[in-house]
Design a protein around this ligand. Structure first.
Ligand code: AMP
Length: 452
């Protein structure tokens, strides 16, 4: 209809929600009843929002709230038809904000063209293999790259799309998968860990599922094996980004892969896969020189293609855009046939259950505590959330503070899921030659801190 759909993560800290909505100049806010308390808390600071529309019928609307519009009331007087405008294909269609390493989140704008091309690119068997008989269950929020584009790919292919709502625990998911006979699941590893544990606990097997697309964080070996051996489902390891609409690479069930002995195949599935048609990849060193595709050399991963953003919305930071390529902030290897494997991350961020936590933002907040001289946040492996933040603190001379003091202070400024899992007081912190925090040895030292 010519509007731009902007999906927001309601679990962000209210100040971030306000900043994002104002930066995007959102005009009409559509919300579930569940999120009314959040809306009430931020409404007076939303500078561009004209109306708040509650996605509920009249009976469910809260009493005495003239400031809200009921969704069904909004629809009722309208005709059943609509004169669709003829838009240029490069008109904006939707947007998502992604949390950067520092500063404010960055807006990525998708056009009609990029959305359609991306959806087309995801359908075929060399990508996510979505067709008219697919029953797709994305356990991915709409604010995370529009549920990885599945609303578009499902509509385009005639597939059935099943949305999980708030019940993302193992039991609910199992009922939904079984009840709807889902064939294709999509989500981050944390979600599937919950499902697999639940299925183990009741000794149940999923029968309908053929493929499980895992992305957002690296798929662990045990998960690849569990889906295959216990549920006859192939884990399609995929990689992408908000800036990429999101799909970049997939590691699907090729004939070559299926012919391998199982353990060897599982190991290969740890790689994030080959670029889908339309996406180009290359790796470069710090001088910008392209590195060989030999499966060993690793460097900065750059991408190019028709559904990859060319800039951030109302943001003049061009540092990630190099000669028509986008620098992903990931560090990867590429082999002779272009199979990509992520080996590290240059961006200083933590990914917990599929959502970003900015270590730099956390550090800046922690040093605001009067007893704190220096703060360092590192992401360390966690059995459920993949990665969680640890806060290392050097206290000012003569000052004292407890873990609880520091967490209470930090907690005033952050979303709950950003809360560090532990606070460790240290005498000093390692630095690089240029004076930056040197996090590599710390990540090694604390690698098992939360693994139980
Ligand atoms: P987002 O924009 O929130 O989707 O995050 C994109 C980033 O998540 C990538 O740049 C990677 O750092 C990380 N990521 C996504 N998929 C994978 C994967 N399969 N394995 C490892 N990291 C991943």
């Amino acid at each position: 209809m010519g509007a731009v759909l902007h999906t927001i993560n309601p679990r962000l800290f209210p100040e971030q929600v306000i900043w994002i909505a104002n930066h995007a100049e959102d005009r009409f806010l559509f919300v579930d009843l569940t999120f009314l308390p959040l809306v009430d808390a931020v409404r007076s600071q939303l500078t561009s929002v004209e109306k708040v529309i509650v996605l509920a019928d009249k009976a469910a609307m809260p009493a005495g709230r003239d400031d809200l519009v009921c969704y069904e009331d909004l629809l009722a007087p309208e005709a059943g038809s609509f004169a669709w405008p003829a838009l240029d294909e490069r008109t904006a269609a939707s947007m998502c904000y992604t949390s950067g390493t520092t500063g404010h989140p960055k807006g990525v704008l998708y056009t009609h063209r990029s959305t359609v091309l991306h959806a087309l690119g995801t359908l075929h068997s060399g990508a996510l293999d979505i067709g008219r008989d697919s029953v797709i269950l994305p356990v991915v929020p709409m604010f995370h790259v529009n549920a990885w584009g599945t609303p578009y790919s499902a509509a385009m292919s005639g597939a059935k799309l099943v949305l999980p709502g708030a019940g993302m625990d193992g039991k609910n998911l199992h009922e939904l998968i079984d009840g709807e006979q889902a064939t294709l699941l999509l989500g981050v590893p944390t979600v599937w860990l919950g499902l697999l544990n639940y299925l183990d606990s009741i000794s149940a097997k999923m029968d309908s599922v053929q493929h499980v697309v895992v992305g957002g964080s690296a798929a662990p070996l045990a998960m690849i094996r569990a889906f295959d051996e216990k549920h006859d489902a192939f884990l399609i390891h995929a990689w992408g980004m908000t800036e990429m609409s999101p799909l970049g690479t997939v590691n699907g069930p090729t004939r070559e892969l299926l012919a391998l002995p199982k353990e060897e195949r599982y190991k290969r599935q740890l790689k994030q896969g080959r670029p889908v048609y339309g996406v180009e990849l290359k790796i470069i060193d710090d001088d910008g020189k392209e590195l060989p595709r030999d499966g060993k050399a690793y460097g900065r991963l750059l991408v190019r293609g028709p559904w990859i953003t060319s800039g951030y919305y109302r943001n003049d930071d061009r540092s990630a855009f190099v000669d028509g390529w986008f620098d992903t902030g990931d560090v990867a290897t590429l082999d002779e046939i272009n199979t990509m494997q992520i080996v590290d991350r240059r961006k200083d961020v933590i990914k917990s259950g599929g959502e970003w936590i900015s270590s730099i933002d956390l550090e800046n907040i922690a040093v605001g505590h009067p007893a704190v001289k220096e703060a360092c946040v590192i992401g360390v492996p966690h059995p459920k959330w993949d990665e969680r933040p640890l806060l290392l603190i050097v206290l000012k001379e003569g000052a004292s503070a407890t873990k609880e003091d520091v967490l209470a202070y930090v907690g005033q400024h952050i979303a709950k899921f950003w809360t560090p899992d532990d606070v460790i007081f240290v005498a000093d912190l390692p630095h690089t030659a240029t004076g930056k925090l040197h996090k590599v040895p710390l990540r090694e030292q604390y690698a098992n801190h939360l693994m139980g």
